[in-house]
Design a protein around this ligand. Structure first.
Ligand SMILES: C[S@@+](CC[C@H](N)C(=O)[O-])C[C@H]1O[C@@H](n2cnc3c(N)ncnc32)[C@H](O)[C@@H]1O
Length: 199
């Protein structure tokens, strides 16, 4: 899979655009200047850079070096600062009690890894910290707007409720949305949107 992302981010242009994800953008009440944010699977950096533009201290982690190179270029172009770390989230030495906000936008893993990453996200939050996540659901196989084609990589509400059972769920909702994110997320998408707080 890593090769797939290297290849995609080596193409000219921006795979998912340079503007932040709409669901993330709508969650301003959790975005506070001076606080710390971890953005997992940040790819070309559209979400991490936008959070940095809001004044957050951002760490973007991804295993694609081509993606992170573009993320740093995007930050420089927008006059923002982000820290980047090149790591596989499956074997990353996850910090604990460190971030006010953790963001995961369309980052898909197979079930065992998904559970490990999601539980590690909760552990990496400070008390009262927040997770914002958007991902494709199994209904996405009906659509052509992007996302994994393999159903085991898609996330149901039940999967996520179980992964985040140690935290407090504020929002866990499936919906159909219109995506217009760069060249690879376009059209109707079946998504699950999640807001979680560390108890
Ligand atoms: C669909 S892209 C989304 C990129 C970005 N979140 C966005 O919305 O623009 C999924 C991203 O997850 C990253 N990723 C997938 N598996 C990973 C892993 N095990 N460790 C680190 N990054 C991973 C990929 O490199 C890719 O950048």
């Amino acid at each position: 899979m890593r090769d797939f992302w290297e290849q995609r981010y080596s193409e000219a242009g921006w795979a998912y655009g340079t503007e932040p994800n709409e669901f993330l953008r709508s969650q301003g009440r959790f975005i506070h200047a001076g606080q710390s944010a971890l953005v997992i699977g940040d790819g070309e950096g559209r979400n991490g850079v936008w959070l940095a533009q809001q004044g957050m201290r951002v760490l973007s982690v991804d295993y694609s070096s081509a993606g992170l190179k573009k993320a740093r270029a995007l930050a420089a172009a927008k006059g923002a600062r982000i820290e980047t770390e090149h790591a596989d989230l499956g074997s990353w030495n996850w910090p604990t009690n460190r971030f006010d906000l953790i963001v995961s936008i369309f980052v898909h893993f197979a079930p065992v890894l998904r559970r490990h990453v999601h539980q590690s996200m909760v552990a990496a939050l400070k008390d009262q910290g927040t997770i914002i996540l958007e991902a494709f659901t199994p209904q996405q196989v009906k659509h052509t707007s992007g996302g994994p084609r393999d159903p085991v990589m898609l996330y149901s509400i039940d999967d996520l409720r179980e992964d985040f059972s140690a935290a407090r769920v504020e929002l866990l909702e499936e919906s159909e949305v219109h995506l217009e994110e760069g060249k690879y997320h376009r059209g109707t998408g079946a998504v699950v949107r999640v807001i979680i707080h560390k108890k």
